[in-house]
Design a protein around this ligand. Sequence first.
Ligand SMILES: Nc1ncnc2c1ncn2[C@@H]1O[C@H](COP(=O)(O)OP(=O)(O)OP(=O)(O)O)[C@@H](O)[C@H]1O
Ligand SMILES: Nc1nc(=O)c2ncn([C@H]3C[C@H](O)[C@@H](CO)O3)c2[nH]1
Length: 307
Amino acid sequence: MAALFNPRSKFTLSRLGLNPLSPQWRTPGGFLREGAEAVTQTCVRRTHRIKGSSSRCLSSQASATDGRARVKRVSIEGNIAVGKSTFARLLQCTCSDWEVMAEPVSRWQNIQSGTSKGTPVSNLLQMMYQDPQRWSYTFQTYSCMSRLRTQLQPPTARLLSLEGTPVQVYERSVYSDRYIFALNLYELGCINPTEWAIYQDWHGLLVEQFGHQVELEGIIYLKAPPAKCMERLGRRGRAEEKGVKLDYLDKLHVQHEKWLVEKSTELHFEKLKNIPVLQLDASVEFQRDTAVQEEFVTKVKNFFKSL
Ligand SMILES: Nc1ncnc2c1ncn2[C@@H]1O[C@H](COP(=O)(O)OP(=O)(O)OP(=O)(O)O)[C@@H](O)[C@H]1O
Ligand SMILES: Nc1nc(=O)c2ncn([C@H]3C[C@H](O)[C@@H](CO)O3)c2[nH]1
């Protein structure tokens, strides 16, 4: 494991203060729950640049059908720092029919005391990267639980009241938790066979028990060469990721390819086996290129319509 993570970066409690929990961020296009702080500003700029932004994106249909069943659920999957949050912000700012649920990273960075809420206890993301052998299983229990919570959140009243076809968009899912990260850490020996057996047992039970509530209708796969992700990861400069090596991103890339492209990952949930996947070339530097942004948004709209 030492070859994949560099345990030199120091963890301090004071750093936790820099990552306040932000349960819900309002944006011109609607809401980005659990979200990133840059959203509001970037959103305002983007809404002026993208044609048809902040407008209803899917033609009005089935207004009489019951609200909740009409809400489609899609996850954005992809390697670390490929640009999921950035892409999610673009979607959030583009269409008010789409509600983005951000990955709950700040919760992992800021584990709270069970007794006195608000008191930070530790930074589990940092611990996992510093000592993966010790903390990987613990991390996967918590990441999966927090993803489950996110996927169980009902659509907002605003989304339910829309006449078109509203979509809840998640950044990653309980499925990538298992078929990308946990599987990878097991294959690397950071999760031992006993832990892996236990993880799979409770993961299967939870997903089956929650059934329809955690099902997805589609997946958007943002794909880029691991070297490009490495470059972006470095540019982003998240302190906990200082020791992440290219080899780790290579392995995660292979897991994504096996699951979403080659379809060779052994899956345990029927609906997931035939789930539609929209693959987008995320190596394109779309942040400042409105033509590329429009092309992506059109593909997403058509994908959502097809689900
Ligand atoms: N298409 C792009 N072109 C250029 N830079 C990008 C692009 N997408 C994202 N970035 C930059 O790359 C960095 C990582 O992006 P982002 O935080 O969106 O990744 P992520 O996939 O959400 O990461 P994580 O896996 O940690 O959740 C950021 O600094 C962002 O500004
Ligand atoms: N071990 C592990 N399991 C997960 O399920 C998982 N999901 C995300 N991450 C890491 C990637 C980024 O550094 C950071 C933000 O995505 O958190 C994970 N790490």
